[in-house]
Design a protein around this ligand. Sequence first.
Ligand SMILES: [Zn+2]
Length: 282
Amino acid sequence: MTVHAIQTGSVRIKTAQVQGQGHGLRRRLGVFADPHWTEWLPTYAWVIDHPEGVIVVDTGQGAHLLDSGKSLHPYMRWEVSFRIERDEEIGPRLGALGIGPRDVKRVVLTHLHADHDGGLAYFPRSEILVSRGEVRTARGWMGRLRGYLPQRWPSWFDPVPLDLAAEPFGPFAASRRLTEAGDVVAVATPGHTAHHVSVAVVDDGLTYLLAGDASYNERLMLAGRIDGVSADDEVAGGTLSAIRQLARDRPTVYLPTHDPESAVRLTQHTLVKAIGVPPRNI
Ligand SMILES: [Zn+2]
């Protein structure tokens, strides 16, 4: 099995989104009040070239996001900006790896934010798995009001509900195997969105956690600092603490979507280290 990182353009957001300031509603409104932008951050999608078939985790950005500045949604209009060329979308990127979209057996989405579902159009023949609650939150007018882009979903988009069972995977309370071999497992990592999932890949004694937006980078996960958009401080903090526990229990490579270090960490199998007593979220 081989895991590849695919960069689908990059994104800039407010620093208060990456690292939430304060608590609760004040933390969430802080994203809109913050004048400071991050550097351009990569948006990764992941390809698991597995003996049972290719699995893609997240589909990254699409060039349609370049129109986000015209959006009526205040977040899309003012608080985020994207860079992507058409040949950086996941379809051409997979082609460069010698993988045609038809070779992709399954696509798993950590959540349905626009920089994760932007390449869906390339996968009309794949089984697409999304957690049931995430689809419910993202679809229709209510989804649009929440900042999702369901109007950009392909007309054929009808994902298979990814229902996690009450089967723990390490410190994660709910999980579901995505391969017969049990070496690719979806785990519940609620916080950034209420039904956010991550995908754990176990290979050669290491666990690679494709963590979506569970945190924007490894440092914030280690520090237990939640982002600016999570709805519930405790739930999001609990997920970060479960990830730290995973890394204490087994050698773990932590791979969030927007961490500039993720691709290098993957190729060099760099483990999460230096985990002491979990700090409180301040
Ligand atoms: Zn997100």
